[in-house]
Design a binder for this molecule. Structure first.
Ligand code: DGJ
Length: 766
């Protein structure tokens, strides 16, 4: 990564610069130049956003249309509008004020935030239904503000920064006739090459406006020769990369399940068709949102393409009364001129430093053991203490009690909603159990699924109207449960009250927040028919609200997100739950694929990963314990098994794994991550690497597939080392130069048997 450009000109703290907005002080150009990350060129009417390696530029044109001129590798402040082309294209209309100039059309010009009904027929970013019944919006530039630090969003997850780490540009657009104002927010994080986007729509009129679509991000490209990579699949196999060239028309992924989903992730990549890990231009776009989303790319016939990302328009309709505004979730962009690795590392850095609010951010997280796969619902306090006892002797530090401890809950058909301790299983209550666990030197964590209720529960019997349901229609079940209407504050308050009682009854340091079905029958008793299009989004806001309360009331508690594993693995949840159970598939070999796909956007420290027993519960595969450990150690590490069933040799392996992870935690969780192999390719092995920021330490992990006869002699070329340093590997006598390890590679041993693994620890010699 190139060195940071020296920053000689900066905005002073709290300085706000603005221009041309009615009622705002207009400051002269001199002040704008104080800012390095954002440069306003008054003469050319351009706004240029700079990060270390990238430049993003917009221009206000002669019709006050906000035109997107460039996003790509760093190019300086000069106006890039010479790249724009105007041409007379039949059937591409011209705005009224263009008169007879047929070469000016919104259908051709790259837009910063595309509109609808006025001549741009490509994907719209926003679609209002105005009081007169029209769906037309023509946004023109009004003014800007520029300030130090990153904007915040009310009640929504967002990247955050200290004042000196980021800058904010807000561009105001308006449709004077519709009396709709729009604020486009841009957050610029120089070091991590991150640009964030969000939009606020304000109804300045005197009647209600209904928003049918309101995207977070619109990004136009003057090219269509790119590949689109999306991350897809299903429960037990999430976030598998899928790459295809853009073609005519619209290609999209999204979710209408009320959760970001196992099927598609709100993260996509657009890249050069020959881009790979280390070459080619690529753009990553993530949406910090945990509900229905859509990421759509449209190729126009004129060699251009447009990415639009935001809340899915399905069943979305938000009423804006006079004076009200709607704020979109945040989207974030990273552009890498040099392939996927750099893009991923910049997302990882930005997520770790500016999104996660992790009570352990400056401390090591405890290695945990979770009882789910060891006991399922069938446990007693004695059984849990037995597991904890065995685990603590192996160095494991946190015991997490999973599903089954509350209400009447011996299987998944009853009990959800009744968050009181089941005294048959835990006769001394939570306090009694936790004090026994604590006396083993372990901290205690607990599983909850607050958004759900079973029909067979006291809560449902008392409040059947608290679920999402359409009047007169029997609601669909999912895992035998219904979804509580979290768009309603009274419902949330009741559930939160129960949770608080539990969490305050004993020293609980960790909560696993689960969610085990997709939303159906999305209708709320609390809203009139014409506002039912708000329920999906209000539900997500409700989840964020209750998670924020939890964070505020228990600032030292670590919250793990879970949605049947990785069904809500997104930037929105990560703001509240700094780690997420990556998948319900705990098989090490399947996890290679899941963790690989996840790593394109999300850092290893966010991926909950456990060693489980063999044969694996999900697919019956048998893998060596060493291999399971090496795969799980590449994330937020833990165990999900009964260590009492392990042999003395296996216990010794576990003891070593725990100690190893504890020692190398910082490197794994904060180091730069390199994918050294693709587990989807039919290769002999998959490998990955974590390198410390100063390049003096690295850990390389490698897992083989099914054994093959006469395997070729293989070497593994490492990445990210300092070519001039000498490294010792696993304490060896021999020293290897960083340059040789990266160019000539490290010779791999001959492997015998399926699914073998090795781990190399490299330490530079001074
Ligand atoms: C789904 C989760 O992903 C599992 O880890 C476990 O917590 C079960 N739910 C419990 O019902």
């Amino acid at each position: 990564m190139p060195d940071l450009r020296v920053c000689a000109r900066r905005l002073t703290a709290r300085q706000v610069v603005s221009g041309r907005l009615p009622g705002m002080t207009y400051n002269k150009a001199k002040l704008y130049k104080e800012c390095l990350m954002i440069v306003y060129d008054e003469q050319n009417q351009t706004f240029t956003l700079h990060t270390c390696n990238t430049t993003y530029q917009m221009k206000v044109d002669h019709y006050q249309v906000l035109v997107h001129t460039y996003y790509g590798p760093y190019v300086g402040d000069n106006s890039l509008s010479h790249c724009l082309r105007c041409a007379d294209r039949d059937f591409s209309p011209n705005p009224n004020e263009a008169g007879n100039d047929r070469t000016y059309s919104l259908d051709i010009i790259p837009q910063e935030y595309s509109t609808c009904g006025v001549g741009d027929f490509r994907l719209p970013s926003v679609e209002p239904e105005l009081p007169d019944g029209s769906h037309t919006l023509d946004l023109r530039y009004l003014g800007y503000t520029l300030q130090k630090g990153k904007y915040t969003l009310p009640d929504l997850p967002a990247f955050y920064s200290a004042e000196e780490e980021a800058e904010t540009l807000t561009l105001y657009l308006e449709d004077a006739s519709a009396q709709i104002e729009t604020a486009l927010y841009f957050g610029v994080f120089e070091k991590s090459d991150l640009i964030t986007r969000a939009v606020r729509i304000i109804n300045r009129g005197k009647e209600t406006v209904r928003l049918h679509r309101c995207a977070s991000l619109c990004l136009d490209f003057l090219r269509a020769d790119m590949d689109l990579i999306t991350f897809n699949a299903h429960h037990l196999m999430e976030r598998c990369p899928d790459r295809a060239p853009l073609r005519s028309g619209i290609q999209s992924v999204g979710s209408v399940r009320g959760i970001s989903s196992h099927q598609h992730n709100p993260f996509v990549i657009l890249c050069d068709q020959n881009a790979d890990e280390y070459h080619g231009l690529c753009y990553g776009a993530m949406l910090l949102y945990s509900g229905n989303f859509e990421a759509a790319v449209e190729c126009s016939p004129f060699e251009s393409s447009r990415l639009v990302m935001g809340i899915h328009p399905y069943h979305f309709c938000w009423s804006l009364r006079p004076g009200e505004s709607f704020t979109t979730p945040e989207a974030a962009l990273v552009c890498s001129p040099d392939g996927f690795t750099q893009m991923s590392q910049q997302f990882h850095r930005a997520i770790r430093d500016h999104l996660l609010r992790d009570p352990y951010s400056h401390r090591r997280k405890p290695v945990l053991i979770n009882n789910w796969e060891a006991t399922y619902f069938d446990f007693t306090a004695e059984k849990l203490v037995d597991i904890a006892n065995e685990a603590s002797a192996l160095g494991i530090e946190l015991f997490v009690m999973d599903d089954g401890w509350f209400g009447v809950r011996d299987d998944d058909s009853s009990g959800l909603g009744d968050w009181q301790v089941n005294k048959t299983k835990l006769p001394d209550g939570l306090e009694g159990l936790v004090s026994r666990i604590n006396s083993l030197g372990m901290s205690f964590g607990i599983w909850v699924e607050p958004e759900m209720v079973n029909e067979n529960s006291a809560l449902y019997r008392e409040h059947p109207d608290w679920i999402l349901h359409v009047p007169g229609r029997a609601p669909a079940r999912g895992r035998g449960q219904f979804v509580l209407d979290f768009s309603r504050k009274d419902v949330r308050d009741h559930i939160y009250g129960q949770l608080k009682t539990i969490f305050s009854s004993a020293p609980v340091t960790y909560v696993k927040w689960d969610m085990n079905r997709s939303l159906t029958d999305v209708w709320s008793d609390a809203l009139p028919p014409q506002r039912q299009g708000e329920v999906y989004h209000r539900y997500v806001l409700g989840v964020y609200d209750i998670l924020e309360r939890l964070r505020t009331d228990y600032p030292h508690m670590l919250i793990e997100g879970c949605c049947g594993g990785g069904g809500r693995f997104d930037g929105g949840m990560l703001y509240y739950t700094p780690q997420i159970w990556c998948s319900d598939d705990s098989d090490a070999i399947d996890r290679l694929k899941i963790q690989y796909g996840t790593s394109f956007c999300y850092p290893p420290c966010t991926m909950g990963a456990h060693v489980s027993a063999v044969p694996n519960e999900q697919n019956g595969r048998i893998t060596p314990l060493e291999t399971r450990g090496i795969v799980a150690m590449s994330g937020a590490f833990g165990y999900e098994m009964d260590p009492g069933k392990c042999s003395p040799e296996e216990k010794e392996i576990i003891r070593r794994q725990v100690a190893w992870y504890q020692t190398h935690y910082e490197l794994i969780c904060r180091g730069d991550y390199y994918r050294l192999g693709d587990p989807f390719a039919n290769n002999l092995f998959t490998a990955w690497e974590h390198v410390s920021e100063d390049k003096r330490q690295a850990v390389v992990s490698l897992v083989t597939g099914s054994v093959r006869p006469s395997p070729p002699y293989s070497r593994l070329c490492l990445k990210g080392l300092d070519p001039s340093l000498q490294y010792r590997i696993n304490g060896s006598e021999t020293l290897y130069s960083g340059g040789a390890l990266m160019q000539a590679g490290y010779p791999l041993p001959a492997f015998s048997g399926d699914y073998q693994a090795i781990q190399l620890y490299l330490e530079a010699q001074s």
